[in-house]
Design a protein around this ligand. Structure first.
Ligand SMILES: Cc1ncc(C[n+]2csc(CCOP(=O)(O)OP(=O)(O)O)c2C)c(N)n1
Ligand SMILES: [Mg+2]
Length: 416
């Protein structure tokens, strides 16, 4: 896809001395209040991101100017009608690929699929603020970020079909392989960012060289030791890391108040760097705050934490049944904040994109889904021996022996 890889235009990424706003009031619905409400059996509002959440588009699609979003507003200067259309197209295509992944699992073509439904704006927004040299370390739900980094969507399926350990060249796309072990990738990212520093590829002032490293995790991941170790290391080394926490309100069936009392964006201060909460269902806010954070990291000012406040609209994965543990009223309340509907409302109000445009995007999405489906169904089974490849960078005698024994063992079943 020719424009899958398009970065945000230069004029939308002017350097700035913008700083994270400081000293605002605590969030309306803090984890503490949420825990107390749960104990008391009173309704819990998990749709309110609080007064510190940066937003540019309201759920009704109205563009707002606030004191809080002002430091990030100039990052949206280059966002014209065509750019809005491109963001819309990104989100619709990514959602369609995700729906196809879900359907393929249900039809037995994939072993598992983790849906990003509801998180499209958080990922596409940050993704479109990335420069080609920036490097992303994803978890397992980052299909939108993968899209913006140019990973062909069909390549995301191989691991979930059980035919490879990854499926794309992380070096080619500057997009690391999916990591299932929660929090691990935070350390990988911090180590990579240290390498960027040792290579002198940050803080030079050359925007074709300076590199930021994005470390993705969820609200649950913030409880992991790896996450906290990564923050300490990156802070002390002033590494060019952007810690991107998608707070989708759930860690499988665990609500956020079982993972933290102080919200992730506030905890950044304890590690010694800025933290910002952004409306994760607002693609413009995610892009503007993301651009600021990436700029901050690339220019040598050290790490930043961006917490995208959003909601996991689907199940944790296709192996999960969220009706067992969550209130459908929340799902409905979050539906009203849908990231794609929100941008569409904004576009329609501005007269951007007509029926023909929106229909064309839907048709393109269907074509892409058909391509992904076909690629999935025709993926060749791997040679058994390749399972042992790339465990070590070179030859490793005991593993070579094990690999040979494994292949011989399987050959013993041939003809039976
Ligand atoms: C170290 C580790 N512990 C437990 C698990 C099982 N596990 C898989 S996903 C998950 C929840 C992660 O929640 P969160 O970080 O909020 O990410 P989300 O799935 O919501 O995107 C857990 C506990 C795991 N994969 N790795
Ligand atoms: Mg989560």
């Amino acid at each position: 896809m020719s424009d899958q890889n398009a970065p945000i235009p230069e004029d939308a990424l002017q350097d700035s001395a913008a700083r994270a706003p400081e000293g605002a009031a605590p969030a309306a619905q803090s984890p503490e209040a949420r825990a107390a409400a749960e104990t008391a059996g009173t309704p819990v509002d998990i749709t309110d991101g609080g007064p510190e959440m940066v937003q540019f588009l309201t759920p009704e699609g109205e563009r707002v100017e606030t004191e809080l979003n002002a430091p990030y507003a100039h990052y949206l200067q280059g966002v014209d009608d065509e750019f809005l259309k491109a963001l819309y197209r990104d989100m619709v295509l990514v959602r369609r690929v995700d729906a196809e992944g879900f359907a393929l699992q249900r039809q037995g073509e994939l072993g598992l699929w983790p849906s990003l439904l509801g998180q499209e704006a958080a990922q596409v927004g940050l993704g479109r603020a990335l420069k080609p040299q920036d490097y992303v370390f994803p978890g397992y739900r980052e299909h939108g970020l993968a899209w913006t980094k140019g990973v062909p969507p069909e390549n995301l399926l191989g691991m979930f079909r059980g035919i490879n350990h990854g499926g794309w060249d992380s070096k080619e796309n500057n997009f690391h392989l999916y990591t299932i072990v929660i929090g691990n990738q935070m350390l990988h990212a911090t180590g990579y960012a240290r390498g960027v520093q040792l290579d002198g590829a940050w803080a030079t002032g050359d925007d074709t060289v300076d590199t930021a490293v994005v470390a993705c995790t969820g609200d649950g991941g913030t409880s992991q030791g790896d996450y906290n170790e990564a923050m300490v290391f990156a802070a002390v080394a002033k590494s060019p890391c952007v810690f991107f926490v998608q707070n989708n309100q759930w860690a499988i069936s665990e609500p956020t108040h079982r993972n933290f009392i102080i919200e992730p964006y506030k905890r950044a201060a304890g590690f010694g760097f800025p933290g910002v909460r952004v409306d994760g269902n607002d693609v413009l806010a995610s892009m503007a705050v993301g651009a600021w954070a990436l700029d901050h990291a690339r220019s040598g000012k050290g790490p930043v934490l961006v917490e995208a406040f959003t909601y996991r609209m689907g199940a944790h994965t296709t192996s999960d049944d969220p009706t067992k543990y969550r209130d459908d009223a929340h799902v409905q309340a979050w539906k009203a904040k849908d990231p794609i509907d929100r941008l569409k409302k904004h576009m329609v109000a501005r007269g951007v994109g007509d029926d023909e445009y929106f229909a064309a995007v839907d048709a393109e999405a269907d074509e892409l889904a058909a391509r992904v489906r076909k690629a999935c169904q025709t993926m060749p089974d791997p040679e058994l021996a390749t399972m042992f490849d790339h465990t070590y960078s070179g030859e490793h005698a005991p593993l070579t022996d094990e690999g040979r024994a494994f292949v011989e063992y399987h050959a013993g079943f041939e003809g039976n």
